[in-house]
Design a protein around this ligand. Structure first.
Ligand code: F6P
Length: 341
């Protein structure tokens, strides 16, 4: 067998664990693997590199992806789908592992219904993919944000300040909620629930009345005020129709300072949340997903995605993974709220 593998969309820690697992398992069984560079772009341009034991040696602790990534959408290119199908044949691929989030897996789903042998692996720091309990990348990201919140605590306390921390997550509040709870945030704002600024400020004032001289507010980049638009870094859409979110932190910071009278500072964590070495959890999850992807291919179970259900890694139809955005489980937010103010 000749297996192709690609990584598409935003990078995240753990991608290399999947690549390594697929290559190692394939090598154990005498099969060959080629990496397509820069996501679907690699398939459209036949830009590939052969992957053997040497190419994956030492990549487990490395962040990012050794294959490179892009947000290329074959369905947005003139003749893109036909070209993808032709190149798949010409490269002699028996199967392809597509590692990505909703966009990359959305393309995988469609190409698979067109007859290409594809299996998916879910990745994203946002943890917003259906079908799987967790995506790899999320745990590392949460740990980075938690550490930043810990650090912000000491400077906030020394200066009697409010610290607003803007985190990623797109339209789901997973990173904000998990990292906020883990870091002991005093308020957490998520895309799933509109921001009530008066409530936020009242809660901060109450906290200060009971003797605390600082507060930490975590806000997700996709959070917004009731009936108001999202905050965007730019209006331009990418090939999958996504805007670049960002900016709510500064707006919120200004409002909080004005309404409470407490000095406020804003930290936008940005791509720090996606960089660097994966956590142990993400390395193990990525490895398990990679092995599962190989096993799905071996058994001819195409059109499926490896995913985590409880503590089992199973295969589910790709269509399930991309059908609906998995927003934050609000039971978790109820727990977070216990610690507000
Ligand atoms: O989907 C992952 C993610 O990191 C989001 O949390 C964020 O909104 C987006 O990607 C940023 O993407 P870019 O790589 O275009 O800056």
């Amino acid at each position: 067998m000749k297996i192709g593998i690609l990584t598409g969309g935003g990078d995240c820690p753990g991608l290399n664990s999947v690549i390594r697992a697929v290559v190692r398992k394939a090598a154990n069984e005498g099969q060959s693997v080629v990496g397509l560079r820069y996501g679907w772009k690699g398939l459209l341009e036949k830009d590939c590199v052969s992957l053997d034991l040497r190419s994956v040696s030492g990549i487990l602790p490395k962040g990012g992806t050794i294959l490179g990534t892009s947000r290329t959408n074959p369905y947005k290119k003139e003749g893109g789908v036909e070209l993808a199908k032709k190149n798949f044949r010409e490269l002699g691929l028996d199967a392809l592992v597509a590692i990505g989030g909703e966009d990359t897996l959305g393309v995988a789903t469609k190409l698979s219904t067109e007859g290409l042998n594809i299996v998916g692996v879910p990745k994203t720091i946002d943890n917003d993919l259906g079908a799987t309990d967790f995506t790899f990348g999320f745990d590392t990201s949460v740990n980075i944000v938690m550490e930043c919140i810990d650090r912000l605590h000491t400077t906030a306390e020394s200066h009697n300040r409010i610290m607003v921390v803007e985190v990623m997550g797109r339209h789901a509040g997973w990173i904000a909620a998990y990292a906020g709870i883990a870091g002991g945030a005093d308020y957490i704002l998520i895309p799933e629930i509109p921001i009530e600024i008066e409530e936020v400020c009242e809660s901060i004032k109450k906290r200060h009345q009971r003797g605390k001289n600082f507060s930490i507010v975590v806000v997700s980049e996709g959070a917004a005020f009731k009936d108001k638009d999202l905050f965007l870094q730019e209006q331009k859409l990418d090939e999958f129709g996504h805007v670049r979110l960002g900016g709510i932190g500064h707006v919120l910071g200004e409002l909080i300072e004005k309404k409470t009278g407490f000095e406020t500072r804003v930290t936008v964590l940005g791509h720090i949340q996606r960089g660097g070495s994966p956590s142990a959890f993400d390395r193990v999850l990525g490895t398990r997903f990679g092995v599962k992807a190989y096993d799905l291919i071996k058994s001819g179970d195409f059109g499926k995605m490896a995913c985590l259900k409880g503590n089992e890694v199973v295969g589910v139809p790709l269509t399930e993974a991309t059908a609906k955005l998995k927003t934050l489980d609000l039971k978790l937010y109820d727990i977070a709220k216990i610690f507000f103010c």
